[in-house]
Design a protein around this ligand. Structure first.
Ligand SMILES: [Zn+2]
Length: 68
C-alpha cells in the first residue's frame, strides 16, 4: 500500500525492553504498562509460533472421533 502524501514524517521511536530476550529495542509505539512488547526479532518468532499452534489445533480437532 502506498501513502498518498509525499512528505514522510519521521516516526517517534520509543525505547522498550523486550519481554522475551530482555534486549533494548526501539519501536514506533509506546510500551503500555502490563503489556508484553517484543523486539522485531522476537515479534517475528512469536507470530510464526502462533501460526504453527493454530495449524496444530486444526489438526487436533480433526482427530476427534465419536464412538457409538
Ligand atoms: Zn527480543
Amino acid at each position: 500500500m502506498k501513502y498518498p502524501f509525499k512528505i514522510f514524517r519521521k516516526r517517534e521511536m520509543h525505547k522498550i525492553t523486550c519481554s522475551e530476550c530482555d534486549k533494548e529495542a526501539e519501536v514506533p509505539f509506546r510500551q503500555k504498562r502490563g503489556l508484553q512488547v517484543y523486539c522485531q526479532e522476537c515479534f517475528i518468532k512469536k507470530s510464526m509460533q502462533r501460526k504453527k499452534e493454530e495449524k496444530h489445533k486444526e489438526e487436533e480437532e480433526g482427530i476427534n472421533e465419536e464412538k457409538t
